[in-house]
Design a protein around this ligand. Structure first.
Ligand SMILES: *[C@@H]1O[C@H](CO)[C@@H](O)[C@H](O)[C@H]1NC(C)=O
Ligand SMILES: *[C@@H]1O[C@H](CO)[C@@H](O)[C@H](O)[C@H]1NC(C)=O
Ligand SMILES: *[C@@H]1O[C@H](CO)[C@@H](O)[C@H](O)[C@H]1NC(C)=O
Ligand SMILES: *[C@@H]1O[C@H](CO)[C@@H](O)[C@H](O)[C@H]1NC(C)=O
Ligand SMILES: *[C@@H]1O[C@H](CO)[C@@H](O)[C@H](O)[C@H]1NC(C)=O
Length: 464
């Protein structure tokens, strides 16, 4: 229903005017009287992106962005490191990759989501005869795998900050090429085995589905019904936003539908893969940051690289010489890209307290805003990979102690990509675009956001 209303608005505005006309339907709004608490830079997590050699990427690159979540389990390590289904040596080599990434995460205080389906060997590259847990009703191999895994977690003191994703994207054949019923039984067994071994010291996460928990999603219906009946409710509800569409307010409403249908408790939400590759640019990242912060969900950047490059580049935030022309898994010389600068600003500059925002009704422009103890308010905006002109409205300026009318002097920063190479090109800082005075009244100001490319994000700052 919402989308048909939206479609009508878009048709009307498109036929009446070009993109430059100011129109309420495409205005993102910041409410400066709605304090939503301290920033925890919830979007600063990574799927893979960490080399298997400790300290290969210098520590400052992780700490400057407030890296706080890692998710890995040895995916795509070649023979002899293809995981449990290829034998014990291949398990051990894959485990070594996971353990190394765990150490990097913990060195920076990040939590670690262990992808045990990857350690098993179902990393998406498994062949069509690869076994799955519980094939033909036989759980022996999976039970032995878990016994070995528990022992390795303990002997390597890996329980701190550890979260287990019971299986990745079990709603798609790339990772679970079996019936959902077999998956659900695996879920129940695995959940209780982890709890019996570690209690709640090790958290459990799921279902990490490719699909959003929308009320129309029958796979989610079966999952929610099962975990309610089996009393195997994870500590984090996780799903992915990797289709290039959707938004988190509607996805959260969908989750709420299933929670109330099956009387399930609220738990933290973790979007443990977000953004498609084309969205991994400053505009897209700013958009995702705003979406995640609004619903208080943790988010981990998706990863669109393969092979050892999957275990490098911090999920496309850093680069190095010959990154694509002559890739070496162990080469160093790292530098930052344009997208990195958004996460650095988000972590280092957007401090103080957050305030509530709403995205434009076409869901293209979104905003994340903070009010700093340095007496500067900051609004980071991003358009979801489209050119045009949107509006940004800043409301309740009087809540910041500003007069209800006057001139608001706004300092603008641009966050570009390197035009020669979007993901691998070096960018060392945002661009100072200067100051502009906007006349305002009624405690509110509205000004345009000119999105003349599909990649640049903007930050607007003003003194209070
Ligand atoms: C802005 O936030 C305040 C405080 O939460 C709230 O009372 C007010 O209704 C909000 N304004 C709008 C337009 O939603
Ligand atoms: C398919 O993968 C399994 C391990 O999952 C392996 O034992 C088997 O040899 C592979 N088959 C082929 C044809 O490569
Ligand atoms: C949950 O499911 C697992 C796997 O089928 C089963 O072993 C366990 O007994 C079930 N627990 C409850 C409480 O239903
Ligand atoms: C962000 O904060 C740091 C540390 O205070 C400061 O050096 C830097 O100039 C700020 N960046 C911007 C874009 O304001
Ligand atoms: C304040 O902002 C949060 C986050 O965007 C939102 O959920 C809440 O409804 C807002 N409150 C008011 C009163 O507008």
């Amino acid at each position: 229903m919402r989308s048909s209303v939206l479609a009508q608005c878009l048709m009307v505005t498109t036929s009446l005017a070009g993109r430059v006309l100011k129109r309420d339907s495409v205005t993102a709004v910041v409410n400066f009287s709605n304090n939503t608490g301290a920033p925890q830079h919830l979007a600063s997590g990574l799927l893979y992106g960490v080399p298997d050699t400790l300290d290969q990427i210098p520590s400052k690159f992780y700490s400057e962005i407030g890296y706080n979540y890692e998710r890995a389990g040895g995916a795509q390590i070649p023979a002899p490191g293809r995981g449990w289904i290829w034998g014990l040596t291949e398990y051990e080599n894959r485990f070594a990759s996971a353990l190394s990434n765990y150490k990097t995460a913990r060195e920076h205080g990040a939590n670690f989501i262990f992808l045990i389906h990857d350690l098993w060997g179902a990393d998406g590259s498994q062949n069509s005869s690869a076994p799955y847990p519980g094939d033909n009703g036989d759980w022996t191999s999976w039970d032995n795998y878990l016994t070995r895994l528990f022992s390795d977690i303990k002997s390597n003191s890996m329980t701190g900050g550890l979260i287990i994703d019971i299986w990745n994207e079990p709603d798609g054949s790339a990772f679970w090429n079996r019936e959902q019923s077999q998956y659900l039984e695996m879920w129940g067994r695995t959940y209780y085995k982890f709890r019996a071994e570690f209690g709640t010291e090790v958290l459990l996460s799921g279902p990490a589905s490719a699909g959003e928990p929308l009320a129309t999603n029958t796979w989610w219906k079966a999952w929610a019904s099962y975990v309610a009946g089996n009393d195997s409710i994870p500590d984090q509800y996780a799903w992915h936003m990797e289709g290039g569409g959707g938004d988190l307010l509607s996805a959260q409403a969908g989750l709420q539908h299933w929670l109330s249908t099956y009387d399930l408790p609220s738990k933290p939400i973790n979007i443990n893969e977000y953004a498609i590759f084309s969205e991994q640019v400053p505009a897209g990242s700013a958009w995702w940051i705003a979406q995640l912060e609004r619903i208080n969900a943790h988010g981990l950047r998706g990863n669109w690289l393969s092979g050892y490059a999957l275990h490098d580049f911090m999920a496309s935030l850093v680069s190095k010489p010959d990154a694509t022309s002559d890739y070496s898994a162990t080469a160093t010389g790292y530098f930052t890209n344009g997208d990195y600068q958004v996460y650095k600003y988000y972590y280092q500059n957007m401090t103080g307290y957050r305030v509530g925002t709403t995205p434009s009704t076409d869901l293209k422009l979104d905003a994340y805003a903070t009010v700093g103890t340095d007496r500067y308010a900051r609004v980071l905006v991003g358009v979801r990979i489209e050119e045009g002109t949107w509006e940004l409205q800043l409301n309740d300026l009087t809540a910041l102690g500003l007069p209800s009318s006057g001139t608001l002097n706004v300092h603008t920063w641009g966050f570009p990509v390197n035009s020669a190479d979007t993901h691998y090109g070096e960018v060392d800082a945002p661009k100072d675009l200067g100051w502009y005075g906007h006349a305002y009244s009624g405690g509110t100001v509205t000004f345009p956001v000119y999105q003349v490319d599909t990649t640049t994000a903007y930050a607007f700052e003003f003194a209070i």
